[in-house]
Design a binder for this molecule. Structure first.
Ligand code: GAR
Length: 192
């Protein structure tokens, strides 16, 4: 199962996937390419570390969505990778129907809350400020409605009395790093 990862930042989830692959915990899934919309994003450095091609693709002309020329560049580059799954691991752009149709049923997103609660930006901060006692992370298929597609799996994180926003962030990220490789391994078993 050929996997392309898109990310905009730190890349800790991409790293968790690549580490799982290195340790033989990714089933039949194989990361074939990483793309980023930020030329300086640390996620691109993972390419050298793990021996996977990694490249910046210019997302212009928009700042928060992928449309028009930028969308076309992404579609062409990803199509050339012949992916079975496109993973959004911290790709902070809204995808439009042109992109979604090009990879219909193949795009999954990771979100740091138990959707449908706390969609959008800063899912962990939103949950923290709401005072919930349970939060977590979600992997879901991507549809035109942001953070609303069918849920593939979720992982639960309890908010303890001595948690701070920072400790909660660490716990949710740790849960993400477990969940996403597991989901990919499972999808690769059903795909093969
Ligand atoms: C992750 O926490 C992911 O859930 C979040 O961005 C972070 C990326 O971290 N995505 C969203 O909020 C999407 N709405 P990473 O670059 O270290 O993998």
């Amino acid at each position: 199962m050929r996997v392309v990862i898109l990310g905009s930042g730190r890349g800790s989830n991409a790293e968790a996937i690549l580490q799982a692959q290195k340790e033989g915990r990714l089933g039949h899934a194989e990361v074939v390419q990483i793309f980023s919309d930020k030329p300086e994003a640390p996620i691109l450095e993972l390419g050298t570390r793990f021996g996977v091609p990694a490249a910046y693709i210019d997302p212009a002309p928009f700042k928060t969505k992928l449309e028009r020329e930028g969308e076309g560049r992404y579609i062409d580059a990803i199509r050339a990778c012949e992916p079975d799954v496109v993973v959004l691991a911290g790709f902070m752009r809204v995808l439009k129907p042109g992109f979604l149709d090009a990879f219909a049923g193949k795009i999954i997103n990771l979100h740091p809350s138990l959707l449908p609660s706390f969609p959008g930006l800063d899912g962990i901060g939103q949950a923290w400020r709401q005072g919930v006692k349970v939060t977590g992370c979600t992997v879901h298929y991507v549809t035109p409605e942001v953070d609303e597609g069918p849920i593939v799996d979720q992982s639960v994180v309890r908010v303890e009395a001595d948690d701070t926003l920072e400790s909660l962030e660490m716990k949710v990220h740790a849960a993400e790093h477990e969940l996403l490789p597991l989901v990919l391994a499972r999808l690769s078993e059903t795909a093969s």
